[in-house]
Design a protein around this ligand. Structure first.
Ligand code: JB2
Length: 212
């Protein structure tokens, strides 16, 4: 059994806790948050992130998962900040992969990434650090997904797609095959990307276009 502490206690953390319980290899020590959100699926509040040092003293081999998802106006930056905090404290951040996801051969998934229920990842794909592959999204063969990107529920990356860092691919959005999306792009929910997106910004619609 590996001890793990969850950083964050909102909706995203709840989904992660439920998945960690299904994995069964982990013992969840508790969660940290700015405020006490009460027990979450039986997992207790430990205190603020200041408490992490104490947790490490009490459980020297403890690992961590960042359970903060899409906070208003910050998202990836906050997740990266919390990932870096955990890393600087010497905490390992193992990838958390739902047993109800389908991960095919020759897929790389980096530390701090969470793969939720119903996700399909096909062969040859490389997923960076601190990524969220949210419920029922699909990442086809030979894709590259950059660090701290969030592929929201039901979104589809077709084969050979490259997505940069800190990108949000919104709920149900679709990216057709072999397209590239650079860093710090937001693809609005339900959009269809049919051309490379080489400029940072927010894109919406089908076909997706830059919001001016
Ligand atoms: O610095 C922090 C911190 N800042 C905010 N440290 C810790 N440990 N926790 C922090 N938080 C906490 O994250 C907030 O106090 C709050 O309890 C939690 C965020 O909860 P919320 O439910 O608002 O968002 P979320 O990030 O869990 O979920 C969002 O993103 C998911 C991907 C929602 O949009 C979900 O619907 C979505 N599925």
């Amino acid at each position: 059994m590996t001890d793990i502490v969850v950083i964050g206690g909102g909706g995203h953390a709840k989904v992660i806790i439920s998945i960690i319980k299904k994995i069964k290899d982990f013992r969840i020590i508790g969660y940290t948050d700015l405020a006490d959100r009460g027990d979450i699926l039986g997992v207790e509040y430990l205190g603020s992130d200041e408490l992490l040092r104490q947790v490490i003293r009490d459980h020297p081999s403890v690992t961590a998962v960042v359970g903060v998802g899409m906070l208003k106006n910050s998202d990836a930056h906050k997740r990266k900040q919390l990932f870096d905090l955990a890393d600087s404290l010497g905490l390992n951040l193992p990838p958390i992969i739902s047993p109800d996801a389908i991960i095919n051969e020759d897929v790389e998934i980096s530390d701090g990434t969470v793969v939720m229920d119903g996700v399909v990842i096909n062969s040859g794909t490389v997923i960076g650090e601190g990524v969220i592959l949210n419920t029922n999204c699909s990442v086809d063969h030979d894709c590259k997904v950059g660090s701290f990107t969030h592929v929201a529920p039901g979104a589809t990356l077709s084969g050979g797609v490259t997505v940069g860092k800190n990108v949000l691919v919104g709920t149900g959005a679709v990216v057709i095959q072999h397209k590239e999306i650079v860093d710090n792009v937001l693809i609005s929910a339900g959009s269809t990307v049919v051309k490379d997106i080489l400029k940072t910004g927010t894109y919406f619609g089908s076909p997706a276009r830059l919001k001016l």
